[in-house]
Design a protein around this ligand. Sequence first.
Ligand code: TGC
Ligand code: FAD
Length: 405
Amino acid sequence: MQLSAYSYFLIHSMAADLFQAPDYFNVDDLLTDEHKLVRDTTRAFIKKEVSPIIEDYAQRAEFPKQLIKGLGEIGAFGPFVPHEYGGAGLDYMSYGLMMQELERGDSGIRSTASVQGSLVMFPIYTFGSEAQKKKYLPKLASGEWMGCFGLTEPDHGSNPNGMITNFKDKGDHVILNGAKMWISNAPFADIAVVWAKNEQGEVQGLIVERGMKGFTTPKTHNKWSLRASATGELVFDNVKVPKENILPGVKGLKGPLNCLNSARFGIAWGVIGAAMDCYDSALRYSKERIQFGKPIAAFQLTQKKLAEMITEITKAQLLCWRLGVLRNEHRATPQQISMAKRNNVNMAIQIAREARQIHGAMGITGEYSIMRHSMNLESVITYEGTHDIHLLITGYDVTGISAFE
Ligand code: TGC
Ligand code: FAD
């Protein structure tokens, strides 16, 4: 069969993952050899294991579970957790770089790793008892067990403090009732870190295990976004949870919010990956696509789009590098993390939209990653604190006046 030039171009361009990471300001010079090794290993994993299959899984709205073992092997689950608990013992810059590379593949893959590391392993490591750390962390680090994080409820999203999920003291155990919604990894998680109010109305974390009577995890269907990530509910109907499963180290909303700091940090980095992928694809396409006798990259309007994309990516890279330094020194404030999450997600979503335009009609197809990134980012701009909530966090920080209520 004779292929048309256009078909040849399509097959040729999609046969392999041709991604080349932009580094306009030589940010690599600011990284250690270990950072670069971690980054390059994750990048290679994405090229080999994720790029060839992700579009198909997203189209089918299915999480590629077969990736879990490999993600554990490259240290993507809780890389900042020390070796003694099965983690990779890496710093926060390495964590950020890993999230960047994972999200270059797909926000859903990064989500799974973010939840496992920052929202399940982080609270167990930070607020858990020694017995809880020994029991759960090594298995979570390897991916043998997967976890999820239940904070959001049907009637309490941006305002988690209003939660109604609660537990009552029954001697050696508690009885948990309530429901959580929009929970990443819920449909297949082995354990859930659940935030609920005790009889004094204080928020506490409990580790709920699959199989506990009265605990179910119905799957959420009909998502147009984050389709390669499994989302579900957590329903607790008089679930008997042993007291030894309560995280002893924290009471109050600062418990879950501290976990969010770690996850939001990872998102600020992660979305740079999605943006880099959109930019790289748009740059290549614009040099290959001929209209009016020239590559579309020759037109000033295309160059404006590309020049603005690389400018915004570079600013986001530098913001994250500085945030990584501060977090490694335990000096990154929650408000700085909020600013980086908000700025970088917005940057990525704008770049995805511009990149889609550069791809013309091809941009709406699954032949390119652009539309998938664009739809994924609609979730990322909402979860872990919406775009506007992070703006209000910055507003509160600079004025000293809360505008939440
Ligand atoms: P507020 O009265 O301000 O604070 C309550 C207590 O918490 C402390 N605090 C923090 N601590 C650590 N880190 C932070 N970022 C903190 N922010 C506040 C605060 O100092 C106070 O401590 P204390 O000792 O005085 O008790 O709380 P508020 O009720 O007014 O709420 C503030 C607000 C709106 C900023 C907060 O509730 C918020 O961030 N809302 C957004 C909710 C959110 O982000 N949910 C995310 C759910 S998880 C998720 O989306 C996972 S997606 C996973 C994936 O797939 O990747
Ligand atoms: P709402 O809080 O109802 O907000 C709706 C709109 O009102 C937003 O635009 C918001 O900015 C605005 N708004 C709200 N309050 C104010 C205010 N005070 N001032 C101005 N504007 C305001 N949660 C978990 O706990 N665990 C998870 O694993 C998890 N995974 C998720 C995965 C996906 C795919 C998605 C989409 C969500 C996930 N979430 C998870 C939930 C997510 O954190 C919430 O959706 C988010 O916090 C917003 O809550 P909401 O959807 O109820 O929106």
